[in-house]
Design a protein around this ligand. Structure first.
Ligand code: BES
Ligand code: MN
Ligand code: ZN
Length: 527
């Protein structure tokens, strides 16, 4: 990736395609752990000394090396902490990575995920190019082997993600860290287990796309870059791509959306992608993503502190790109439409002003009381546009409000829905993948806060319940279909030393598409 000192124009766009340093190869395997000739063999151990059977085999082959070091107290109690052992007798691997599973009495989803993520971290920093991982062979209460394999596959591949930052010095060699992973399951493996590993890897790839788009600077990842990335996906996968320009949006009457990008030299776009896996007459699941490639706040300019984080204001769009990529990759038997209004929110002589009134595509008028509440202005017109697809349901994903960060922090995304079954389904997909959401209310009482003297509504609900009133604004445009909204302002990225995109909520969305696919396949068999 070359970054130009001037704003890139479409023709000289620096390409960062494949920002990942080479793909990760993930495969299910069945073998006795001690006989595996890997660069590193990964085994789990409970901090109280209990060993799962896959690790007990390594322990006895090595004449008690594992149990000895646990007895000595070398293994931390925290699930995911690791110890690297060299030249372990009785094993064919060059190294053995021992991963703490925490106390045996507390083992569950969280400790399992922490253990796998801890292993991924060590594997990413280590010297071994290939690894044999036995963690998914360990029983997790209430979970199937397929669940363990899918989760382990995703968490390992995602944990090995690295953004190829354009640094002249200190850039990690692409070949560093494990790129080739064998996931050891129980001996009686099956096609179903292989498929679970492929699902996990495909979700991680979708997350990697979302992370790359998020981590790229806004002078590279601008609206045109979103259009280009869609066109690239369209070449690599069976995805139809259409890009609507400003003039097309004006013809559609999308004046709320158009008001956001007015002052930017990078014209906004509406990207439409469609994956057709559902066959004739399939109604699509429509995924809408907020794609503000940089949010200055516009004339209602944001304060300067941490303003660079506003390059992540397109992470909703990035997540729906990742989700459709995973769906197409896995050839799911459903239709998926992705809609993204890619736009930059800038101040300028042509910017919209607080107090401006615009007419949305739905015909409803909006008084723009704050140009920093731009996400809902873009989304409302895209949500109206979604009607023409006669959707099965619509899910929008947006870094919509700072208030959601105050309410839920970085643990859960805020979930809103006008349909209880859809909400429950998404919550369950969050629990299944550890990419959790928490349901918030859309009650009519909150609509009061959007009253305007000069238009049908204002785009500003005031400080109380800011995430709720933003969702209530969107609800005025989604009455014609089943709809859910995910406010990911707290979950999409982390600041500080580990600054970066998280790839959330790709796991939840991909799981949702997988479950809808399973349902579609069942219906097809029944007919
Ligand atoms: N992109 C921001 C929301 C945001 C804030 C995302 C912090 C991630 C971290 C959004 O466009 C915004 O500015 N929202 C305003 C809305 C307000 C003006 C009603 C906010 O949250 O302050
Ligand atoms: Mn804003
Ligand atoms: Zn924003």
């Amino acid at each position: 990736m070359t970054i130009e000192s001037v704003e890139p124009i479409a023709e000289s766009m620096p390409r960062a395609a494949g920002a990942m340093p080479g793909p990760i190869h993930m495969e299910a395997a069945r073998a006795a752990p001690a006989t595996l000739k890997a660069g590193v063999l990964v085994v789990g151990a409970f901090s109280d000394g209990k060993l799962p059977s896959s690790s007990a085999a390594v322990d006895s082959a090595s004449k008690g090396r594992l149990s000895a070091l646990i007895k000595r107290g070398d293994l931390d109690e925290k699930a995911g902490s690791t110890l690297l052992l060299y030249d372990v007798p009785g094993t064919a691997a060059q190294r053995v990575l021992v991963v703490s599973l925490g106390p045996s009495g507390e083992f569950g989803d969280k400790a399992f995920r922490d253990a796998v993520s801890g292993a991924a971290k060590a594997l990413g920093a280590g010297k071994a190019g290939n690894a044999a991982v036995t963690l998914a062979a360990i029983d997790v209460p209430g979970r199937s082997e397929a669940w363990r394999m899918q989760e382990a596959s995703r968490l390992l591949a995602d944990g090995l993600y690295r953004f190829a930052a354009p640094k002249t010095n200190g850039r990690k060699k692409p070949e560093q860290g494990a790129r080739d992973i064998a996931l050891i399951g129980s001996e009686n493996g099956s096609e179903e287990i292989d498929a679970a590993v492929r699902r996990g890897a495909a979700i991680a790839e979708g997350m990697a796309l979302a992370k790359d788009l998020g981590n790229l600077p806004a002078n590279v990842c601008n609206p045109e870059y979103f259009a280009e990335t869609a066109r690239r996906l369209g070449k690599e996968l069976p995805i139809e791509v259409e890009v609507l320009e400003r003039e097309d949006m004006a013809k559609l009457g999308m004046h709320a959306a158009l008001s956001v990008g007015r002052a930017s030299d990078n014209p906004c776009k509406l990207v439409v992608m469609r994956y057709r896996g559902g066959g004739d007459g399939a109604k699509p699941i429509v995924l809408v993503g907020k794609g503000v490639t940089f949010d200055t706040g516009g004339i209602s300019l944001k304060p300067g502190e941490d303003l660079d984080m506003m390059k992540y204001d397109m992470c909703g769009a990035a997540a729906v790109y990742g989700a459709i990529e995973a769906a197409a990759h896995l050839e799911l038997p459903i239709d998926v439409v992705v809609l993204v209004n890619a736009v930059e929110n800038m101040p300028g002589g042509n910017a919209s002003r607080p107090g401006d009134v615009v007419t949305s595509m739905s015909g409803q008028t909006i008084e723009i009381l704050n140009t920093d509440a731009e996400g809902r202005l873009g989304l409302c017109d895209v949500l109206t546009y979604a009607e023409r697809f006669e959707p099965e349901c619509v899910v929008d994903v947006a870094t919509l409000t700072g208030a959601c960060v105050i309410a839920l922090g970085s643990v859960a995304s805020g979930l809103y829905a006008n349909d209880d079954a859809l909400a429950d389904e998404l919550l369950a997909c969050g629990a299944e993948t550890g990419d959790r959401a928490w349901r918030m209310p859309l009650w009519d009482e909150y609509q009061e806060q959007l009253k305007s003297n000069f238009a049908d509504m204002s785009n500003l609900g005031g400080r109380p319940a800011g995430s709720v009133t933003a969702a209530c604004f969107l609800a005025r445009f989604t009455k014609k279909y089943r709809w859910a909204h995910l406010d990911i302002a707290g979950t999409n990225a982390v600041a500080g030393d580990a600054k970066g995109a998280t790839g959330r909520p790709v796991p939840m969305l991909a799981q949702f598409l997988l479950q809808r696919s399973a349902r579609a396949a069942e219906l097809r068999v029944a007919h």
